[in-house]
Design a protein around this ligand. Structure first.
Ligand code: ZN
Length: 243
């Protein structure tokens, strides 16, 4: 383990354009439930299966049920960043890390201080009226009784990519460009089993591909360095030269 951390430290020291691609595992260490893992909220008992609730058709048809689940299980507003988020923000500040790409919707990278964050699945912190596109803060949605509504009467929708919805093409484009320019790509907290994580790696042309993931990977990646440990522990132990 120590040898692997040393190797990672060397890679980071020698890199000038690091891109981080993070999955659910980055957030679970801040105690945010993972949607797809075995002990995630998909396996909790609920009136409807969560994968059905978090779909666009369900949101349109049963908004009250959608919001009951969304507000209580997905709108985690008080959670704090963990050492992984903090270290990535530090690496960005010294100019080594250029972009954080995340599949998480919790906004913890921004809370940690990261500026250049590409949110593939959107964010619980942005909400828009589906009729007039007015912006609403997360607190307004969370505190609304029942279905959150705009002053125009329209329903508010979180800027979160639900099942049946496509990813934002501009975010995809920026993700591909960032990965294509990176000299080091660190993939953390994801099994890489779920689209689009697997496909994005093909755009990497840099020197070092690093995978940090606690659990076994369902899809094996030809990484230069594989670390099977919690991401917060691994990144937290790195030294960032601020001079
Ligand atoms: Zn409106």
């Amino acid at each position: 383990m120590d040898e692997k951390i040393k190797k990672l430290q060397k890679i980071i020291d020698e890199s000038e354009n690091i891109v981080f691609f993070g999955g659910a595992g980055v957030s679970t260490e801040s105690n945010i439930p993972d949607f797809r893992s075995a002990d995630g909220i998909f396996h909790m008992s609920y009136q409807y299966p969560p994968e059905q609730v978090v779909s666009y058709s369900f949101y349109k048809k049963y908004p009250e049920e959608f919001y009951k689940f969304y507000k209580s299980k997905m709108m985690v507003l008080e959670t704090l960043p963990n050492p992984a988020h903090l270290k990535l923000a530090e690496l960005e500040k010294v100019g080594k890390l250029k972009v954080v790409i995340t599949q998480n919707i919790d906004g913890l990278h921004q809370k940690a201080g990261s500026k250049n964050v590409l949110e593939l699945h959107g964010s619980i912190w942005r909400n828009y009226c589906i009729d007039c596109n007015a912006f609403y803060k997360a607190e307004v949605v969370k505190e609304a009784a029942g279905i959150p509504r705009c002053s125009c009467g329209g329903m508010i929708k979180p800027d979160v990519v639900l099942y049946q919805e496509g990813l934002n093409p501009s975010i995809i484009e920026q993700t591909i460009v960032a990965i294509g320019k990176a000299d080091t790509l660190i993939i953390g907290g994801t099994s890489l089993a779920v689209y689009p994580a697997a496909g994005f790696i093909d755009y990497f042309r840099g020197n070092a591909l690093v995978v940090i993931n606690k659990s076994n990977m369902e899809k094996s990646v030809d990484a230069d360095l594989n670390i099977a440990a919690p991401i917060g522990e691994v990144l937290g132990s790195l030294y960032v030269d601020t001079v």
